[in-house]
Design a protein around this ligand. Structure first.
Ligand code: NAD
Length: 488
């Protein structure tokens, strides 16, 4: 294979993008499509050398980029967003080929959000960051958000470019320069995006992409003494390793991690709505950090809810994610597929009841796992405490609100929760007691980029979105100005 591959109507470079140049490594790794296992590309595999080159390039570009100011940077970010929009269909196809998520979701929601992430944070830096000032005994406190340096962004495979731009947007808008390390299972969209940054006129070294494995180039980047920020989205075990590496240099971290969120159906819920929202938890073949995979249902409505849920879930079409009628595509990778299967097999071996799915879809073969419902697992069972990150839901019943709260908060995670209720006061009371960064009442996945996003407990450190993103990527400064000593 050569340095570029033609995929989905795009030419995608398989090398790193460092200091505005394509850089290759002596070794490559294979990149396969989860749809049919086809070899898509051989990607340059970075290590310490590439991490050092990228940090040097990003540091070199920092003074000019940081001085450009929010307006200058915003103009370039809007140009970049327009280029994403121009290439939206091809980018959506490329991402589907690489990570197996539904093409229709990429076209309708995910890729438009990539552009929106860039536009939103560009505008926020210009118009909405509060450059507050106030008086203390005649002295003025002036608050500013100063660029902080090189931000290393480490991202997962489940929504590759969308999650990357959720970090790239605010980091670049804040005046930081960026090194992106995409997940090794989904390297392609980041590489193509790098070419768009060139077309948008973003100066060399401001945005860099380094490809490779977490334990190698990922570790080299997050351990680097010359970086200012680490923003990571991924799993708890990886976050612990990054936290160790960051501790050596006291590099500030932002962590968006896993979840095991509850979908709570109260006794006063509209059960059709509850079934609809519960079935949505299979979105992206269950590979969504926010998924409310633990259905906690009041015992008085459990039978009726379960019937409605299974009727609705039986209509889900599983198949090729490029087919507009498909609802559930493949899992990302054979390793992840086996991990999901392992959880379900162990639950079955422990005598836990599987009422739907519970096995690979043998008609489709490959990486397709049937949407699964497991009922009444015992409290503390692995299947209800560990993040599976697949199309596997559990259902448990409760009889009192006290019992519900104990169950809802009974994992190490605290990312999100869905509450379905017909009574506002009841829903709000439960919401106030559930530990989670985001709670949706009678809805799911409605997101406002101004709002704080992140997890409690082991689901993360910090919040992103609106001002919270800038609080992280920028150095927040207070300049205190005395009324005395002025000569003019
Ligand atoms: P992962 O932790 O295995 O990998 C994420 C990234 O970290 C990859 O780019 C990987 O190469 C890199 N990495 C691995 N080891 C590293 C190291 N030692 N140093 C530096 N980088 C390293 O996660 P994943 O399997 O790609 O993604 C799934 C996880 O991500 C799930 O737990 C999911 O809940 C979580 N997630 C969270 C959010 C959120 O916003 N909270 C969003 C999406 C996914």
């Amino acid at each position: 294979m050569t340095d570029t591959v033609a995929l989905s109507g795009l030419t995608v470079d398989t090398r790193h993008f460092i200091g505005g140049q394509r850089v290759s490594s002596s070794e490559t790794f294979d990149n396969f499509s989860p749809i049919d296992g086809a070899l898509l590309a051989k990607i340059s595999k970075g290590g310490q050398r590439e991490a050092d080159l990228a940090v040097a390039a990003a540091r070199k570009a920092f003074p000019e980029w940081s001085k450009l100011g929010p307006k200058g940077r915003g103009e370039l970010l809007h140009r970049l967003a327009a280029l994403v929009e121009e290439n939206l269909e091809q980018l959506a196809n490329l991402e589907t080929l690489d990570n197996g998520s539904l093409l229709r979701s990429h076209i309708r929601g995910v890729m438009p959000r990539v552009a929106l992430n860039l536009r939103f944070f560009a505008d926020w830096a210009i118009n909405d960051l509060h450059h507050e000032s106030w008086e203390t005994r005649g002295h003025t406190n002036n608050i500013s958000w100063d660029p902080s340096g090189v931000a290393v962004l480490v991202t997962p495979w489940n929504a590759p470019l969308m999650l990357a731009t959720w970090k790239i947007g605010p980091a670049l808008a804040a005046g930081d320069t960026v090194i992106l390390k995409p997940a090794e299972w989904t390297p392609l969209s980041a590489s193509f995006f790098a070419d768009l940054t060139v077309k948008a006129g973003i100066p060399a070294g401001v945005f860099n992409v380094v490809q490779g494995f977490g334990a190698e180039v990922g570790n080299a980047l997050v351990s680097h003494p010359d970086i200012a920020r680490i923003s990571f989205t991924g799993s708890v075990p990886t976050a612990k390793k990054i936290a160790h590496a960051a501790a050596e240099n006291l590099t500030p971290v932002s962590f968006e991690l896993g979840g095991k969120s509850p979908t709570i159906v109260l006794e006063d819920a509209d059960l059709d709505l509850a079934a609809e929202l519960a079935v949505e938890q299979y979105d992206n073949a269950g590979q969504v950090c926010l998924s409310g995979t633990r259905l906690l249902v009041h015992e008085s409505v459990a039978d009726e809810f379960s019937k409605k849920f299974q009727e609705r879930a039986a209509k889900l079409q599983q198949g090729d994610p490029r087919d507009p009628d498909t609802d559930i595509g493949p899992q990302i990778h054979p390793v992840h597929f086996e991990r999901i299967k392992g959880f379900v097999d162990r639950a079955k071996n422990d005598g836990i009841k599987v009422v739907m799915g519970g096995e690979p879809n043998s008609e489709l073969g490959g990486l397709f796992f049937r949407p699964t419902l497991i009922v009444n697992p015992p409290v503390g069972a692995e299947i209800v405490t560990s993040e599976i990150f697949g199309p596997v839901l559990t259902m448990q019943t409760f009889s009192t609100d006290e019992q519900l709260i104990e169950m809802a908060n009974g994992t190490e995670f605290g990312l999100a929760a869905v509450i379905v209720s017909g009574n506002r006061e009841h829903a709000k009371r439960i919401a106030s007691e559930v530990v989670a960064g985001t709670i949706w009442i009678n809805c799911f996945f409605v997101r406002d980029l101004k709002a704080p996003f992140g997890g409690s407990k082991k689901s993360g450190i910090g919040r992103e979105g609106g001002n919270w993103s800038f609080d992280f990527y920028a150095d927040v400064k207070n300049t205190v100005i005395s009324p005395n000593g002025w000569k003019e």
